[in-house]
Design a protein around this ligand. Structure first.
Ligand SMILES: NC(=O)c1ccc[n+]([C@@H]2O[C@H](COP(=O)([O-])OP(=O)(O)OC[C@H]3O[C@@H](n4cnc5c(N)ncnc54)[C@H](O)[C@@H]3O)[C@@H](O)[C@H]2O)c1
Length: 445
């Protein structure tokens, strides 16, 4: 029997041993879905704490319930290790490691390269390797394939290689790893067929495309689409600000058009591990062939300017009461990059807070999802802890700034007790003399 036929048989009868490298926001939910489908799944992560927690049957990712993990661990379907040697027992392996940017906004593929080198050390004939980390078109063939082929095994013949972008949306209860369609591009028809078979075992819909490059580009189109549209609406917000029009009212009314329009909303800037980062993978790649990705660069500039725009709003709001940012008590509500999640990576709230600290503001914050902020991980450079959200804390602030509109915030109470509010999310729908919104007229005093 050929390698492809034998792997397909093991995928079909669930006897294939499945591995996932990188057990973060993407890797853990995927590992759980494979285990739910009946495979024996082993996750590999360098972070010993995650490994230990998972082996105790505990989840550390907000979207994955411990009650979903514990039975899989106790029945032996799911386990974790920090030892890359585990790869030698795997039939398939999905790579879900980070793909950040360097300070220069160039792609940092060091995590992918390290993970692939570790796999290469234990690659064996008949194995299927799938890259899921978001990256520029060409990575699977130009970076991953050569490292794996240094073993002497040939992709598409001795082992199988594919790219399949992850589309997880943290905090989204409706669209999960299981029901979001999965795009797959294989190096050869066998590679595509095997990768699609693995995903079909666990994910409702699989969409095959003709190559890894196409699949890599699909993900970048999706995230560039968001970055550019958010950039456009943020620019519109700044225009509306000056024109005395509410951008929020404009977007809501435009969204009644039943075709040809999709609403995007302004905010304090982009955050998370995807939208602020991924489009720059594409702009970097096309520079090689002399193309300037103008929409991406422009959206990056507009979105990157939003934290300063928010600080300008706060300055104006304080100024109305005869106060300066310097020495003012500024109470920030929400530091996660979006509603109802615990991820503060790249969060624009951190940029807003750091700009305020630089101007001498006395900044405190409350976020039920982010009890602490480590000074090492944000531009403000100081360790901070969430302070309780009480009527007294609101009343004591010279300005309350809504940066993330978590659903558990009681905005009626916040409105009642605060002296001045800057609302970057349209969390307070009605107009009040003490509520300043981005992209909206100055309140009537
Ligand atoms: N978070 C999202 O919403 C999201 C959505 C879609 C796509 N993605 C993409 O998925 C990829 C992973 O993102 P994430 O948010 O899950 O990252 P994450 O930081 O939550 O998880 C990555 C994990 O990989 C581990 N790791 C790093 N190098 C390793 C190695 N060599 N061997 C083993 N483990 C290693 C880290 O310890 C970490 O636990 C990125 O390319 C990202 O762009 C993320």
């Amino acid at each position: 029997m050929s390698h492809a036929a034998s792997l397909l048989e093991r995928i079909t009868n669930r006897s294939a041993k499945v591995g996932v490298v990188g057990l973060g926001y993407v890797g853990l939910p995927l590992a759980v879905e494979f285990a739910n489908a009946g495979f024996r799944v082993t996750g590999i992560d360098l972070d010993e704490r995650k490994v230990a927690q998972l082996n105790r049957g505990e989840s550390y990712i907000q979207d994955v319930r411990t009650s979903a993990v514990a039975p899989l661990v106790s029945s032996g379907k799911l386990s974790a290790t920090a030892n890359p040697g585990a790869v030698r027992d795997f039939d398939t392996i999905n790579i879900c490691v980070p793909t950040p940017l360097r300070k220069t906004k160039d792609p940092d593929l060091s995590f992918v390269v390290a993970a692939v080198e570790a796999i290469a050390g234990h690659l064996h004939p008949g194995m299927l390797v799938i890259l899921e980390s978001t990256t520029y078109p060409g990575t699977t063939e130009e970076v991953v394939q050569p490292i794996l082929e240094k073993t002497g095994l040939k992709a598409g013949v001795d082992f199988f290689l594919a790219f399949s972008p992850e589309r997880v949306d943290p905090g989204n209860e409706k669209w999960t790893t299981k029901n979001v369609p999965k795009v797959v591009g294989g190096l050869t028809p066998d590679c595509a067929h095997l990768a699609a078979a693995l995903y079909r075992s666990s994910i409702d819909t699989v969409v095959e495309v003709s190559s890894p490059k196409v699949a890599e580009m699909v993900k970048l189109l999706e995230n560039t689409f968001r970055a550019v549209n958010i950039g456009m609406v943020n620019e519109l917000a700044m225009m509306c600000d000056k024109l005395g029009i509410s951008v929020w009212e404009v977007v809501e009314a435009a969204a009644t058009k039943p075709f040809g329009f999709m609403p995007f909303y302004p905010g304090p800037g982009l955050g998370g591990h995807c939208i602020p980062i991924d489009p720059f993978y594409l702009s970097w790649k096309v520079k090689e062939i002399g193309i300037e990705a103008r929409f991406i660069e422009l959206a990056g500039q507009v979105n990157g300017a939003m934290p300063q725009h928010v600080v300008d709003k706060i300055t104006d709001a304080l100024n109305t009461g005869g106060k300066a940012v310097n020495g003012a008590n500024i109470f920030v509500l929400g530091v996660a990059y979006k509603r109802d999640i615990d991820d503060v990576r790249e969060s624009p709230a951190l940029d807003v807070m750091s700009l305020l600290l630089n101007k001498g503001g006395r900044v405190t914050y409350h976020d039920p999802f982010a009890p602490t902020i480590d000074g090492k991980h944000w531009p403000g450079g100081v360790d901070m802890s969430s302070v309780p959200l009480t009527p007294e804390a609101l009343a004591a602030a010279d300005c309350v700034v809504i940066l993330t509109d978590h659903r558990q915030f009681d905005f009626a109470e916040i409105l009642k007790h605060s002296r001045v509010i800057v609302d970057t999310r349209n969390a307070i729908k009605t107009r009040h003399s003490h509520v300043f919104k981005i992209g909206a007229p100055v309140p009537i005093q």
